[in-house]
Design a protein around this ligand. Structure first.
Ligand code: MG
Length: 482
């Protein structure tokens, strides 16, 4: 049921976007075409591996002392490890919308008072949005989405209506559709010793439900097999694989081979299975002779869900986790891999999942939407030529409110909030809290008093940002007509 609508949309839309971004992109495209043109490498395949609720500190290569991630460690050694890479929101739905559209959720309607979409939601990603898959389709890419979608489970919002040729996965979070089993005291107990039957989540192929409840113990394994099959079947043409794992979002499940195998309990087992999965994908690319023509990105949608104790991950040295606008909520362990093309190393420049859209378009030679404000910047000069990154700011939204802004190394918090506790506290800060993330990555030492000039610069960025902001109807808050 794929509508293949990308080319018409991209070609016909009226220009009304951000001039600054457009110029940056245009210059970037020019530079790119003079140095590393997409044609020189052919149209590369693009693979995005996206985890759910993985913490900044949960991988060996990002400092975890006991979780073994040999495949991700090797991927980071051969590729680039990005240590200042952000998502567009600190919970699932808005974060995924940011990646797939290259825009902040405040612009695409995928944020609201309800923080994510639920099985009783009626909204979803609008047709008027352009997705990475739609842009790549215009250049002849085969596209598939394997895993968690969470941008609308009704037919009109599914991946097959947003530029993906096919879909295989659970359309929302793996803790939804609570089945209220008689033998379990409550939800919290269920999370501690989960059985997949406790959650009646569907597994879909394209627009059909093929299994319910989804057997989550084998879900990572099956997503991996599906991805490997897609790579093999599409090796003779450019392809885009969006592999979005449902895990390590609670409830945690692993296949038999990974049960009780890590030193970090069930959470560690889950991460080690995901690491195995990454190894399978990279090995397939190697054995099929595709590694030198494929860019693989590994990251996650938001930080660890800390209230689940040992079933939640770790943000390492970063403060707090999922649901917050502290660094632990929105900075993710990120690795880019493309043997022979990406310069191996560690990148401390800022990047964002929103940057993957323009970067993919440039690599594929695809048109980039110019009729709207895009929040992504092209990363290719940093990835391939070790040049400084183009991203200077990061806007941290919670629901529809701007809580914090990063400009260069400085981050100002206007609002902070504790989350997922009985007594959540929301605090407005005037003057804002100010942290230097280079010297103080854990956001411990407020230096606002010493740097009124920096705060003034950040306020200017906020004014500029808000002046051109058009907020559409929230898809998350839409309700069935009574
Ligand atoms: Mg998540």
């Amino acid at each position: 049921m794929n509508k293949k609508k990308g080319s018409t949309i991209l070609a016909n839309r009226r220009f009304s976007g951000s001039l600054t971004l457009a110029i940056v992109l245009f210059v970037s495209i020019l530079i790119n075409s003079c140095t590393n043109s997409p044609e020189s490498a052919g149209q590369p395949n693009i693979v995005i591996i996206f985890c759910d609720d993985l913490g900044y500190g949960d991988l060996g290569t990002f400092g975890h002392p006991t979780i073994r991630t040999p495949n991700l460690d090797k991927m980071a050694e051969e590729g680039q490890k990005w240590t200042n890479f952000y998502v567009g929101a600190s919970v699932c739905t808005p974060s995924r919308a940011a990646l797939i559209t290259g825009r902040l959720p405040i612009r695409n309607g995928m944020c609201g008072n309800r923080r994510v979409l639920f099985p009783n939601s009626i909204g979803g990603l609008q047709d008027s949005e352009v997705t990475i898959a739609e842009a790549l389709k215009t250049r002849g890419y085969s596209t598939t989405c394997v895993g968690k979608w969470h941008l609308g489970h009704l037919p009109e919002y599914l991946p097959t209506n947003h530029g993906f040729d096919s879909y295989f996965g659970i359309p929302y979070s793996n803790d939804m559709d609570w089945a209220k089993p008689d033998n379990v005291k409550d939800w919290k107990h269920a999370m501690k010793e989960p059985e997949y039957e406790y959650w009646n989540v569907p597994l879909m192929r394209n627009e059909e439900i093929i299994e319910r409840p989804a057997v989550q113990t084998t879900i990572t394994k099956r997503y991996t097999e599906e991805s490997v099959k897609f790579i093999r079947e599409n090796k003779d043409q450019p392809f885009f694989l969006y592999l979005a794992h449902n895990l390590p979002h609670v409830p945690l499940f692993t296949s038999e081979a990974f049960q009780d195998t890590s030193l970090r309990g069930l959470y560690g087992d889950v991460i080690e299975e995901i690491d195995w999965s990454v190894g399978q994908v990279l090995e397939t690319l190697r054995t099929e002779g595709l590694a030198e023509n494929t860019m693989v990105v590994f990251t996650s949608d938001n930080g660890p869900w800390l209230v689940y104790d040992q079933h939640g991950g770790s943000a390492g040295l970063l403060r707090d986790g999922k649901g917050t606008t502290w660094e632990g909520g929105m900075r993710e362990p990120t690795i880019f891999w493309w043997p022979g093309r990406i310069q191996p190393g560690v990148v401390t420049d800022m990047g964002s999942t929103m940057d993957l859209f323009p970067t993919a378009c440039i690599l594929a030679g695809a048109d980039f939407p110019t009729d709207r404000i895009m929040d992504g910047v092209d990363l290719s000069q940093t990835l391939f030529n070790e040049e400084p990154g183009l991203r200077q700011t990061m806007f941290y939204y919670r629901r529809t409110e701007l809580y914090a802004v990063r400009l260069g190394m400085y981050k100002a918090h206007f609002i902070t909030k504790t989350v997922y506790t009985k007594n959540d506290t929301l605090i407005h800060h005037d003057p804002p809290l100010l942290f230097h993330l280079g010297e103080d990555p854990s956001e411990k030492y407020n230096i606002a008093e010493d740097h009124p000039d920096v705060i003034a610069d950040i306020m200017q960025e906020v004014e500029r940002h808000q002046a051109e902001l058009v907020i559409p109807e929230s898809q998350l808050d839409r309700k069935k007509p009574q």
